[in-house]
Design a protein around this ligand. Sequence first.
Ligand SMILES: Nc1ncnc2c1ncn2[C@@H]1O[C@H](COP(=O)(O)OP(=O)(O)OP(=O)(O)O)[C@@H](O)[C@H]1O
Ligand SMILES: [Mg+2]
Length: 256
Amino acid sequence: MATLTASGVAKEFPGHSADDPSVMALRGVNFTVNHNEFCSVLGHSGCGKTTLLTLVAGFEEPTEGELLLDGKPIGKPGWERSMIFQDYALFHWLTVEDNIAFGLQMKNVAREKQKSIVNNYIHLVGLTGFEKRYPHQLSGGMRQRVSIARALAVEPQILLMDEPFAALDAQNRGLMQQEMLRIWQHARKTCLLVTHSIEEAIALSDRILVMTRRPGTIKADLYVDLPRPRDEDDPNVIALKKQIRELIHNEFEIER
Ligand SMILES: Nc1ncnc2c1ncn2[C@@H]1O[C@H](COP(=O)(O)OP(=O)(O)OP(=O)(O)O)[C@@H](O)[C@H]1O
Ligand SMILES: [Mg+2]
């Protein structure tokens, strides 16, 4: 099981001087992401999306409220929560297979078991034949596949992704979205994806959370009850896109 619940979550970053005042990043954030659900978070730049992920990952603590995973408070970072970063965050001195094995070594998984897990995920993300390559010898899309495999190898219950495809060109981005869906359908994890792309959120998600401007809170919680793969010309998809665009645009208007 992996149900994520946020109740009354606020995060304020303390200031250090009058020129550097405190920043209220999140306020009154409430939502539940159900077991195996793919949930995306959309919102303006600076509204607190990354902050939300860092709280779920346990890199930071909320100032108020609580985050629960299957009813238990989230504390320090743990293997049950894996994060995938926009810039891949791979170890450049390690090969593809050693990058993927890294967390397994930290977890003291037996050598033989490490090998079979690594091979399994290399296969799942389509990197067979590239095991001995180093990150600089790979394309952006391939690096992101390594980072997905590394995140999955430790068998997390929830996968946290912060704009994982933002550094890719449009074509590769589309391909990686399809890959992500395929991987999610195989590995069946609860997923929380931060993205700037409404199209990406609609293509992938069961649920879409739209945030307000900072201090960010949940403005809309939308269910996407449409069969996959989703066709961008489907009138339901077009209507949902319009609805989300208006929700986000209205935030912009409020600010002005
Ligand atoms: N460690 C920190 N210390 C102080 N302020 C921070 C810290 N991290 C984030 N903030 C502030 O919190 C607010 C929210 O930042 P956050 O990175 O969560 O936004 P975001 O929604 O991810 O934006 P983007 O879409 O541009 O990535 C910003 O005003 C930012 O300056
Ligand atoms: Mg961010």
